[in-house]
Design a protein around this ligand. Structure first.
Ligand code: ADP
Ligand code: MG
Length: 754
């Protein structure tokens, strides 16, 4: 039954392979086809197609309890909770009445009144597709209702367009007697051939005992014993037919553990590969320059900065290459940390490079490193594209001869014409813009730079990747499992939080008056707007129109610059430089200003149509102000009708709801980690980081935000296992080996590291 047989659908037209499930009682060709389209080809697939949720009587509130909760909330008027993302409620109740109704203004809707015997009812309101709901649902049916409840003026509980699922009579009995009902995802296609949740359960019942033995165990017995994990078969059985909440949780825990364990094993193997195959120069010497530099700083390092410096320096002492991610919110002071690492390299006779994603950022780094290093006897140079030939030649010679200690630049740093002299440390700023390929190229440059002294061994540099995109700890642990992570979770003390307000379009005049006042006080402002047009021509037009309006109509007496993505790179750089040099009072820009621009004199960031921006984008944009000692402001302008909705988020379209949560979050916090967490809840981790780009698999069971403990456990176990039995040669680890091969489609080993 496990192998899928080549077969034809009954119609014989679509060349879909039909599984043996077709022969299970109650399935037949049509249903088999619908199942196959959802990836369920055979009994094994079916068992692995696990419920996405459960209806548990113990966990479902009564309507009375729900109403009380809503009344309390209304009394507390606790706005923040109002905007907590995804506050869905699930209830189970019987239909008392279905009928057509009209609002006082004459808008018609279908009303379903439900009752759960708690003495409190609720009304479900359907504003469209009324016909469908009236036909499908009738009195006395038991329903599972999921949605966002609210209280109407009469303090009645109402749901607008909740999700409904009928609980069939048989299940209703089970439910009443306290059973936990699994819910399966059923596609449109499955529904159209009658494969409801109930049918899915029947099907699982029909095949489970026969099919379970075909599913091999995937975790060694000893490991299961140590972590008290049920067998895979027992877990799957409990997941489809939960005997009680506790056993269900144990079963889910086991599946989560397994899922994370194998992913972490993959990461551990990669890391081990780097350890075995690559050698880096051990930086054991410590000069006095770092201390002198720290003592000369006009500020004290934060505790967090000191901690991460220690972590980095400890790594660099080893002859295994450091692969470390340095994470810290905008303005947390990553540059000085990187510089201290570069000093350690210099103390050990090694060169460092610092790589930025754009020329303007490279130039900024160059200037700030020079400023920090004045009088400390180190030579910093800058390598960018488009230099004059003679200068470039001289510069390359300086680098090749080892007369430069720190080389700052962009992609130009990897060109094969650049020859380093004992390249020991590579610092990469804004990691998400650099691919693995580029890292590999850099390693080549480093190998070559040590060739004369390495005696045939490839010497890799230590790598420090800096990122300002805060990623919640559980996630970075998983995502960057092959990198070690250092986090600067503290901002320098002198920072004033940026004053952030949501404003509405009808208030834009006031906003512009505020901008004007700041400019007259000697400050500068950004006015950012989104580009939505598809065509390049239109984008350009939109940028120009916006600029024209602001410069001619609103701020005719001020200098207004313009920056957008369609400009040539040097035009952008010129504009940025001019803004920095205060040749413009106001910069009208698209999101190109998002990354790393540092103009401390700019104190106002106005973002128009702020509802269109993603949360992390808003946070990055806001990070462009608040970089000096003065109080800064971020004004998020949005549509007027949001004014009403901001107060009343329930029952809204998802899109708008998410936009409101984003704006509210921005008002409430400037903490990048909190913002990232909300963002992740709104978008899901894969989307936030770009699943492909992040290399994160889709997890079926584990929740990367909530399941911190399982992730930590599984990760530790995976790394310890590779340490203990690097080749998984032990008999008892054969299980792991086999599973690894099945999952990753290749033999377990260290040889194919990126
Ligand atoms: P980011 O982490 O965003 O790259 P930077 O390294 O550019 O941050 O630092 C932002 C600003 O804060 C710089 O002007 C820097 O000199 C300053 N700074 C760094 N560390 C501290 C500190 N411990 N106390 C006060 N100011 C600091
Ligand atoms: Mg920086």
């Amino acid at each position: 039954m496990a192998e899928r047989a080549p077969n034809k659908t009954s119609a014989g037209q679509t060349p879909v392979e039909v599984s043996p499930l077709q022969w299970v009682k109650g399935v037949g060709p049509k249903r088999a086809e619908a199942l196959a389209a959802a990836g369920i080809l055979n009994a094994r697939d079916l068992l692995l197609y696990t419920p996405f949720a459960y209806i548990d009587r113990g966990a479902v509130p009564s309507l009375r309890a729900l109403r009380n909760e809503l009344l309390n909330e209304r009394r507390d008027n606790s706005a923040p909770e109002d905007f907590a993302p995804r506050r869905e409620k699930m209830i189970v109740a019987t239909i008392a009445r279905v009928r057509d109704r009209r609002t006082a203004r004459g808008r018609s809707f279908v009303s379903i009144v439900i009752d759960d015997g708690s003495g409190v009812g609720a009304e479900l309101m359907f504003w469209n597709q009324g016909e469908y709901f009236r036909k499908q649902f009738s009195e006395d049916m038991l329903l599972m209702v999921a949605g966002q409840p609210e209280l109407n003026r009469g303090s009645q509980v109402v749901f607008h367009h909740p999700e409904l699922e009928r609980i069939e009579a048989e299940d209703a009995e089970l439910f009443r007697s306290g059973a936990i009902l699994p819910k399966y995802r059923t596609s449109q296609k499955m529904k159209s051939v009658g494969m409801t949740g109930r049918q899915m359960r029947n099907l699982v019942t029909a095949v489970i005992e026969q099919a379970l033995p075909e599913l091999p165990e995937t975790l060694p017995r000893e490991m299961r014993a140590r972590f008290d994990l049920p067998s895979r078969r027992d877990a799957l059985r409990a997941i489809h037919f939960p005997p009680d909440g506790e056993q269900l949780n144990r079963a889910l825990h086991r599946m989560k553990f397994e899922e994370v364990f194998y992913f972490e094993l993959f990461l551990a193997a990669r890391k081990q590969g780097v350890k075995i195959q690559e050698r880096a120069p051990a930086c054991k010497k410590r000069g006095t320059r770092a201390r002198e530099l720290v003592e000369a700083l006009p500020f004290d390092l934060t505790k967090a900065q000191k901690r991460v410096v220690r972590e980095i320096v400890a790594d660099m002492r080893n002859n295994t290459p450091m692969n470390r991610l340095l994470q810290g919110d905008v303005g947390s002071g990553k540059t000085i940390v990187a510089l201290l690492a570069m000093l350690v390299a210099a103390d050990n006779g090694l060169q460092s490079v610092m790589m930025a994603p754009t020329e303007i950022l490279a130039e900024q780094h160059f200037h700030s490193l020079q400023a920090y290093l004045e009088g400390h006897g180190l030579r910093v140079v800058q390598l960018v594209g488009g230099m004059r030939a003679k200068m470039r030649r001289e510069l390359l010679e300086t680098i090749a001869l080892g007369k430069a200690d720190i080389i700052v630049g962009t992609h130009a740093l990897f060109e094969p014409t650049v020859h380093y002299n004992k390249l020991g440390l590579v610092v990469i700023d804004e990691q998400h813009r650099f691919g693995v390929m580029q890292r590999a190229k850099l390693k080549e440059r480093a190998h070559e730079s040590h060739a004369a002294t390495a005696g045939g061994v490839d010497i890799s540099p230590h790598i420090l990747v800096m990122s300002a995109t805060p990623i919640p700890r559980t996630l970075s642990m998983t995502l960057y499992g092959d990198l070690d992570v250092s986090i600067i979770d503290e901002l320098p003390r002198n920072r004033k939080p940026i004053n952030t307000r949501v404003v509405f379009e009808s208030q834009l005049d006031e906003v512009f008056e505020f901008v004007r006042a700041q400019v007259l006080a000697g400050k500068q402002a950004y006015i950012v707007y989104p580009l939505v047009e598809k065509s390049e021509k239109l984008e350009l037009k939109s940028a120009e129109e916006h600029h024209e309006f602001l410069s001619q109509t609103v701020f005719p007496d001020m200098k207004v610059g313009m920056l957008h993505g369609r400009m040539l790179w040097y035009e952008k750089e010129d504009t940025m430089r001019d803004f920095k040099e205060r040749k413009y009072h106001i910069l009208v820009a698209t999101t190109v200003v998002e990354v790393g621009i540092d103009v401390p004199n700019a104190t106002v960031m106005v973002i128009e149509n702020a509802e269109r921006f993603g949360l992390s984008q808003l946070h990055q944009l806001r990070g462009r102000v608040g970089r000096g000692a003065d109080q800064s402001y971020c004004l998020l302008a949005t549509k007027d009708h949001f004014r009403f909705h901001m107060k009343k988020a329930a029952g809204e379209e998802d899109e708008r709801k998410a936009a409101i949560i984003r704006l509210r979050t921005m008002e409430e916090t400037t903490d990048g980690f909190k913002i990232a967490e909300v963002d992740m809840k709104l978008r899901g981790p894969g989307d936030m980081l770009g699943t492909k780009q992040s290399g994160l698999p889709e997890f079926n069971f584990v929740d990367l935000i909530a399941d911190t403990d399982v992730i930590a456990q599984a990760r530790q176990e995976a790394f310890a296992l590779v340490e203990r039995d690097p080749h998984l040669a032990d008999e008892e680890n054969a299980v792991v080996r086999a599973r690894y091969k099945a999952l990753y489609n290749k033999e377990y080993g260290f040889m194919d590291i990126a």
